[in-house]
Design a protein around this ligand. Structure first.
Ligand SMILES: [Zn+2]
Length: 456
């Protein structure tokens, strides 16, 4: 499999697509072209002139930016759906306990690789890999290696080793390996991978620790992402309020879930220019986590981003997140459950924005991706409008949000480089990768079985 870092040096013209640019200034264009040069979008509009360019006929396609997933524990992909019917506390006790602690660098590598490849297959071109299985520096190297090999644009959010002393009133500062990783892998601005800190924050670490962690991230010039407000025992910390009181809230912070975060805390995130990531399917699937606070988020003026969270309990594709969020919101607000007196309207185009442009902002990459705007990288997908579940298309945005699925994704480009064409992922060696994933699955399931017997 090639390394995926090289950008397409040529010119490509995508012609006659129904283009959902997600760029507020450009809007939606029927029968428009997109000219790509050296991996970037050069122009978007009708009947572009581009002699000598490779042409991709998109006359039967919906063309839009690739999706941006802002929080996924990609390392867990080899044991997809193994917590489907188990309560969340069991997932936390096992996967984020002895099972995760027993993950080898190879388990992290293959899980991350399969997760990133399947994200690409589903039209996700940017992934925030929320890597909290950083048991050793070798585990971090393995995750970075897998992300690079996949060809996806990724934010590698580096976390901590899975042992109780790191997450329960922890006195341990974020692993110093973060600095080595920055110097080793992330020194060039012209690459698909960027670095972030997956931080523990006030719900897991002592004040001097989370303050020091945040200082380290800012010292290194990287963003920080942190889980807050999921389940009552976490919400009680009022983590966002603690950060605000310490004077360290800022636009470089992305808060994951916020399910039970207080309304004043959501307003604090908005005031500081911060962002929120909703792992919709997992949030709806996890008893006790709390309601998705989208009404309160929108009322605060925030535009959330979306994520696949953990595939041990849900689907990772963005179509699922969009569709469930819209249905949930309408059921919730229409059912009179909202805590907001007049909940804002939510339409399919809002949800599409959350899955693209708002995601790019939360990843700190809105200058590069998230919309089909001239000057940005050509991260885009073509969805077959002629497939039986979509045709005939009346409203392309509605078709994507309400009915499309990964099987409708015909073409995926990252930085102008095709990674999926004609409905087929182009990565070489897929059967071998899946075989490695199967071996990892068996190892991890054996660990799960052993530690369940030990705990009895
Ligand atoms: Zn998470």
């Amino acid at each position: 499999m090639d390394r995926g870092a090289a950008l397409n040096a040529g010119r490509t013209l995508i012609t006659d697509g129904h283009v959902l640019t997600m760029d507020p200034a450009l809007g939606e264009l029927r029968s428009a072209d997109i000219l790509i040069e050296n991996g970037s979008i050069r122009a978007v509009g009708p009947a572009l002139d581009a002699p000598g360019a490779d042409v991709i006929d998109a006359s039967s396609m919906i063309v839009m930016p690739g999706f941006v997933d802002t929080h996924r524990h990609t390392w867990q992909t080899a044991v997809r759906h193994c917590y489907a019917d188990l309560d969340p506390p069991q997932y936390f006790a096992e996967m984020l306990g002895p099972v995760g602690a027993a993950y080898s660098p190879e388990d992290v590598r293959v899980g991350t690789l399969v997760g990133a490849l399947s994200a690409l297959d589903a039209g996700i071109t940017t992934l925030v890999d929320w890597a909290h299985c950083m048991n050793t520096p070798d585990h971090a190297d393995a995750a970075v290696d897998a992300l690079a090999e996949s060809g996806i644009r990724a934010v590698f959010a580096h976390g901590w080793p899975l042992a109780p002393e790191w997450t329960r009133d922890s006195a341990l500062p974020h692993p110093a390996d973060l600095r080595r990783l920055r110097d080793c892998y992330f020194s060039s601005p012209d690459q698909l991978l960027t670095l972030a800190m997956a931080a523990r924050g006030p719900e897991m670490a002592r004040p001097e620790v989370w303050l020091g962690d945040l200082r380290l991230a800012r010292d290194l010039g990287i963003r920080t992402t942190v889980h807050v407000g999921a389940y009552p025992h976490n919400a009680r910390h009022r983590a966002v309020a603690q950060l605000r009181d310490a004077g360290v809230l800022g636009p470089d912070l992305t808060f994951v879930h916020c399910s039970r975060s207080a309304t004043d805390e959501i307003a604090m995130i908005a005031d500081a220019g911060g962002s929120i990531s909703l792992g919709v399917h997992c949030e709806l699937n996890s008893a006790g986590m709390g309601d998705i606070p989208l009404d309160r988020i929108l009322a605060a003026g925030l535009r959330p981003s979306l994520s696949g969270d953990t595939e041990t309990k849900c689907s990772g594709d963005m179509f699922t997140q969009m569709r469930l969020l819209l249905a949930y919101y309408r059921s919730w607000t229409g059912g009179g459950h909202s805590l907001v007196p007049e909940p804002p309207f939510l339409g399919v185009r809002d949800v599409l924005e959350f899955a693209t442009l708002a995601g790019a902002r939360a990843a700190g990459l809105d200058g590069q991706t998230g919309s089909l705007s001239p000057g940005k990288q050509a991260d885009l997908i073509l969805i077959r409008a002629t497939d039986l579940n979509l045709a005939p298309v009346t409203d392309p945005a509605a078709a994507v949000v309400l009915a499309a699925h990964p099987g409708n994704v015909d073409t995926v480009m990252v930085g102008g480089r095709p990674v999926k064409r004609g409905g087929r992922l182009l990565a070489a060696g897929l059967p071998a990768v899946l075989e490695l994933a199967e071996q990892s699955r068996r190892r991890v399931l054996a660990t799960i079985a052993t530690q369940r017997v030990t705990r009895r």
